[in-house]
Design a protein around this ligand. Structure first.
Ligand code: ADP
Length: 529
């Protein structure tokens, strides 16, 4: 019952008592007690009880989601399916609540789920994929303000869950890589005590994990290399970065292993070096194979140069006889030869000379390749040498009416090189210029600086097309053109020239334009003694 006074509704408690024979009458006594304030208090207590119950439900849900992560090897999908009933039952009307969680391609939803308009939805980004959580009712119901806060809390928990699952997967993947690497991977603390040891370390060093854990890294170091460890530790501490070096390590059975080692610091959260990790590759077998291969190479190149030397001797002797006897016939020492015979004898002589040149070049190259050519350095006058070359080439450039100039050479210019080999270089390049120039001129340009004597052989010849640049210094390669084909050549001259320049410590290059001419430049360093 209530009374209304000044538009205010009050709660009243009314007690009714019958009093008999009050002044001869029966009287009813009504006592009104205003219990409004008390009622308010009672309602508040009821409300807060309800709130408490709801809050207990919510924290149970959040705790439940977090505790799913303790389950070992849980997947993101399993996390979602585990969370669905917890979320559903913490809503105000659990029987009609529907829940859906989507992250990238992973999707989980309660069985009764269907799309409706009465929903609460939240989303966030993790690694460029969207995480979305939706709670809905299939009939119109209002959501509490607290529920919209709860769903945000749930989103945070599930996001943390996904991150932690991903992190565990990545750690597992890394651990797998380390464990299954073919290299021995181990780590030590800063005092060199072994802390981790992968399968390959077991295989390569022959010790099991139990045998080495807690032991010093010195166990693996040959006694004469023990000082390497503190030095390396100091370097790593100082530089805070990795080091790569070749060294030796000891197997359990005492065998020495050749190792390629990469050591890097292990840092704590403050960035201080607290240990060292090392990745070691056993290159013993590879080294042995390489040595064997090198020995084979040396042997076969030895064989090749021995073969070439003896073959060229065998070939040169009869070739010289052919050339000599042809000369005698051509000089008509034993009687006249007719025109045709003379022509054929010339052919025999040119072919034999070509063959002899070829053999000499091959022999030279194989000698240089097998390191058998020793240079005999001397001081000599450049003018004299260039004059000799000019005399030798004169018949050829005169015949083609080419001009031959040399510039920059002083009377007293002294060069320090192997005079025979140096002459070969210059003669090869200049005779090429004569050979491959139809008209115009050839020029030898000499300069010197503090470090080098510089030579340029310039011509106005047929030039070389860009496409042919790469073949010029290769053995037996000649530019394919009618003009080049019509000229005597083996394709070995420039290769030999390059090797001779490099033997002197110099280098050779060229520039050329088809139809305009070429410039071959080479240097001889002054400081080679
Ligand atoms: P070859 O015995 O053929 O002259 P080289 O090794 O001396 O052999 O030269 C290789 C090729 O380079 C030649 O066949 C020619 O095509 C090209 N070559 C060399 N020197 C010149 C030059 N001065 N001008 C144009 N082409 C050249």
């Amino acid at each position: 019952m209530f009374i209304q006074k000044l538009n205010e509704v009050r709660d009243l408690e009314i007690r009714v008592t019958m009093i008999d024979n009050f002044n001869g009458k029966n009287v009813i006594l009504e006592i009104f007690n205003d219990i409004t304030e008390w009622k308010k208090k009672e309602n508040k207590i009821k409300e807060s009880d309800l709130m408490l119950q709801v809050q207990v439900k919510w924290s149970k849900c959040l705790y439940g989601i977090s505790s799913l992560l303790v389950v070992s090897n849980i997947t993101i999908e399993e996390l979602f399916y585990g969370a669905l009933p917890m979320i559903r039952s913490s809503w105000q009307y659990p029987e009609i609540a529907m829940v859906k969680i989507i992250y990238g391609d992973v999707k989980a939803q309660t069985k009764n789920f269907k799309e409706t308009q009465w929903k609460l939805s939240v989303s966030d980004q993790i690694n460029e994929k969207t995480l979305n959580i939706e709670v809905s009712y299939n009939i119109e119901k209002k959501f509490l303000y607290e529920e919209s806060r709860l769903i945000k809390e749930i989103l945070i928990r599930i996001k943390l869950g996904i991150i932690s699952i991903k992190y565990k997967i990545e750690m597992k993947r890394l651990a797998n890589i380390v464990e299954n690497s073919l290299d021995a991977i181990l780590s030590t603390d800063i005092d060199g005590i072994i802390k981790t040891w992968n399968k390959s370390a077991e295989r390569i060093y022959g010790y099991s994990l139990e045998e080495v854990l807690g032991k010093s890294i010195n166990l693996l170091v040959p006694p004469d290399l023990l000082n390497e460890i503190p030095k390396m530790r100091e370097n790593i501490k100082e530089s805070n970065s990795y080091e790569i070096f070749k060294t030796k390590r000891l197997r359990k059975d005492g065998k020495e292993l050749n190792m390629n080692l990469t050591v890097s610091p292990i840092l704590d959260l403050k960035g201080e070096v607290v240990g060292v990790s090392s990745i070691a590759r056993d290159v013993t077998e590879a080294l042995e194979q390489r040595m064997q291969y090198q020995e084979q190479l040396i042997k076969s190149s030895q064989f090749k140069s021995d073969f070439m030397a003896s073959m060229s001797h065998e070939l040169r002797t009869p070739l010289n006889s052919i050339i000599g006897f042809t000369d005698i016939l051509l000089e008509k020492f034993y009687g006249d030869v007719n025109e045709k015979q003379d022509h054929y004898l010339h052919n025999v002589k040119t072919s034999a000379e070509h063959l002899l040149n070829l053999i000499n070049d091959i022999l030279d190259i194989s000698k240089i390749e097998s390191g058998k050519v020793e240079l005999h350095f001397k001081d000599f006058n450049l003018v004299n040498l260039v004059s000799q070359i000019k005399i030798e080439l004169k018949p050829f450039y005169k015949k083609k009416k080419l001009k031959f100039n040399s510039i920059g050479i002083k009377k007293d210019t002294i060069i320090h090189a192997d005079p025979i080999r140096f002459k070969e270089i210059l003669l090869n390049l200049l005779s090429n210029s004569v050979k491959y120039t139809k008209k115009g001129w050839i020029k030898l340009d000499f300069t010197e600086d503090n470090e080098n004597w510089n030579f340029k052989i310039i011509d106005t010849g047929i030039g070389i097309a860009k496409d042919d640049y790469e073949i010029i210094f290769k053995e037996f390669k000649r530019v394919k053109s009618d003009y080049v084909n019509s000229i005597e050549g083996t394709g070995l001259g420039l290769m030999l020239t390059k090797k001779l320049v490099e033997l002197h410590g110099g280098h050779i290059t060229f520039t050329s334009k088809l139809g305009e001419g070429s410039i071959f430049s080479f240097t001889i360093p002054k400081n080679i003694k």
